[in-house]
Design a protein around this ligand. Structure first.
Ligand SMILES: [Zn+2]
Length: 78
């Protein structure tokens, strides 16, 4: 693997205009209202704004809330 010396990694996203996977340029990390992180940038080919959600945990918001509620009970039991 070669390092290209870029200070920021190039995330990949799907460009709806090119209908292909593209590297996201001008990528900036953003935190959404629900606390999830996302990458916002542009397609290097057509410049269309691309948005990639970095769902670190593949759990829907509802499931996460449920887990959070269930956790205290479990912790007390332990
Ligand atoms: Zn594109």
């Amino acid at each position: 693997m070669k390092r290209r010396g870029s200070k920021f990694f190039m995330p990949e996203g799907y460009c709806v205009k090119c209908k292909a996977k593209k590297e996201i340029i001008d990528a900036a990390e953003e935190t959404m209202k629900n606390g999830r992180k996302a990458i916002k940038g542009k397609c290097p080919t057509c410049g269309t704004v691309m948005f990639k959600i970095l769902g670190g945990k593949a759990t829907p918001a509802a499931a996460t809330a449920e887990t959070t509620k269930a956790q205290p009970a479990k912790t007390t039991a332990t």
